[in-house]
Design a protein around this ligand. Structure first.
Ligand SMILES: Cc1cc2nc3c(=O)[nH]c(=O)nc-3n(C[C@H](O)[C@H](O)[C@H](O)COP(=O)(O)OP(=O)(O)OC[C@H]3O[C@@H](n4cnc5c(N)ncnc54)[C@H](O)[C@@H]3O)c2cc1C
Length: 433
């Protein structure tokens, strides 16, 4: 096991940091030893790939980095395929492993450079109303508690399992996770621009027609980019040369806009944001349809610039209201010459989750997120206001891993919080995690 004293940790977005002792265990035995040693010095935070915007990781105690635990093997659950993966493996590692075996995950994150342990800890998700979060695809996991004891948990453990599959790293360190997988299937993917009111006024129909739906809005435009996916038996004929060129063009434009032009605009000329946003759909997406394996179609995005990203899950019935409040706020601020959002508003739709602390716990949600460049003027004030707008919707709950304000204010929105804390008191009586 590697131990680095006084390690200077920063997160992916560079908005958080701390100095702490960092343990890098190489196996389960090492991990137990790391927990026992670190707990003698004070608090411990498990560390995935440092991609969260919210302060889930910083500590003055010790960090336990799972980065060396990346092994995985094929197994089965109730006769169906499953993968047992060590928590430090990235979603990318897992996707490649499943693809090579003719399998796919369902509703994984679009972004692949987070760890599986970190994804599970916050109930991360893709889109899909018939399924739920990645935590809901977990069928078993191994947890090391504050005493260094090992717990093999599954549905037979009842609510303890539902606490551990979205634990924010507060119950112990997850060593490995067994996730359900599905035989690879093909998706018919349509990318269409549709007038905002036509989409929002017909959401139930859209969600009934397509199994996987994502919506994007570039501020100050009157259409939504709708990514509409449904299963198909049609073959994957591969991308034509023209498609590949279009993809290369949109990738280059997205990369250049997000890493150069938009940050500059946000800093020196935010009033040009509305004009630039009119171009954004033409530069960053192409309308049309294609057939692709699900494991490829779920990870269509390539450019990930550093940015601010805040996200709320609202009950499905409130999806239209959440969208109208978001668009209304951005347009209201523009009338006062403030343009804090210069990237995109994005929504996904997720079925009810069994994980006690998942934003989707107990009901299906529309997850709506607002993304802007790090340099955007007035972004902090915007996120304060937008949080207020979302929290005015009674069932709204924030995404734990995104930019998060006032976490204590949402406690009463989690009917299972006391249950979760009772499990925490049993596994970690001294509050080490
Ligand atoms: C570019 C980008 C795109 C994203 N896209 C999506 C998306 O499509 N959908 C979505 O839902 N989210 C998305 N996220 C958010 C992301 O899913 C969460 O922030 C996730 O927690 C990050 O995982 P990580 O490995 O970086 O974990 P970290 O940020 O390192 O840690 C997050 C939490 O997980 C805990 N943790 C990590 N490993 C373990 C473990 N082994 N045992 C116990 N606890 C552990 C930590 O203690 C901490 O509480 C995105 C983030 C980024 C930066």
């Amino acid at each position: 096991m590697e131990l680095i004293a006084n390690y200077k940790w920063r997160n992916w977005n560079d908005n958080l940091g701390c100095t702490a002792d960092l343990y890098r265990p190489c196996g389960l035995h090492d991990l137990r030893e790391a927990v026992r040693r670190a707990s003698r010095k004070g608090r411990i935070r498990p560390l995935g790939n440092s991609c969260s915007w919210s302060p889930l990781v910083p500590t003055r105690g010790s960090l336990i980095d799972l980065g060396r635990l990346r092994g995985m093997h094929e197994t089965s659950f109730d006769g169906a395929p499953a993968i047992c993966v060590e928590a430090g493996a990235t979603v990318r590692d897992l996707v490649q492993f499943t693809q090579a075996r003719g399998l796919t995950l369902i509703t994984p994150t679009i972004y692949q450079d987070i760890s599986v342990g970190g994804a599970i800890a916050v109930a991360a998700h893709g889109t899909g109303l018939h399924t739920s979060t990645m935590s809901d695809e977990v069928v078993a996991l191994t947890l090391v508690d504050a005493r260094g004891d090992v717990h093999h948990l599954s549905a037979a453990d009842g609510s303890l399992f539902d606490a551990a599959r979205c634990s924010l790293g507060a119950l112990g360190v997850v060593h490995d996770i067994t996730m359900r997988c599905w035989p690879e299937f093909h998706l018919h993917v349509e990318d269409r621009m549709i007038v905002v009111d036509d989409v929002l006024g017909n959401l139930p129909d859209l969600l009934a027609t397509y199994e996987f739906v994502e919506l994007y809005w570039f501020p100050f435009t009157d259409t939504l980019w709708c990514k509409l996916m449904r299963r198909t038996d049609e073959p994957d004929v591969g991308a034509s040369l023209a498609d590949r060129l279009k993809f290369a063009f949109t990738y280059a434009c997205t990369f250049a806009s997000c890493n150069g032009l938009l940050p500059l605009l946000g800093r020196v000329a935010p009033e040009l944001t509305p004009a630039f946003m009119q171009l954004a759909p033409w530069l960053t997406m192409t309308q049309g349809s294609a057939v692709a394996p699900a494991s490829r179609a779920f990870h269509y995005q390539r450019a990930y610039p550093r940015c601010w990203d805040m996200s709320y899950g609202v009950p499905l019935a409130d999806a239209e209201e959440a969208w109208r409040r978001t668009i209304g706020l951005i347009e209201h601020l523009a009338r006062a010459a403030s343009f804090p959002v210069n990237m995109v508003v994005h929504a996904r739709f997720i079925g009810a989750s069994a994980a006690l602390l998942a934003p989707a716990h107990g009901r299906a949600i529309c997850d709506i997120e607002v993304v802007t460049t790090r340099s955007a003027r007035d972004a902090d004030a915007f996120y304060e206001q937008w949080s207020g707008e979302m929290l005015a919707i009674p069932g709204a709950r924030p995404h734990w891993g995104k930019y998060l304000l006032h976490p204590r204010a949402v406690r009463e929105r989690y009917p299972q919080m006391d249950n979760f804390l009772a499990h925490r008191a049993a596994l970690d009586p001294d509050g080490i995690f």
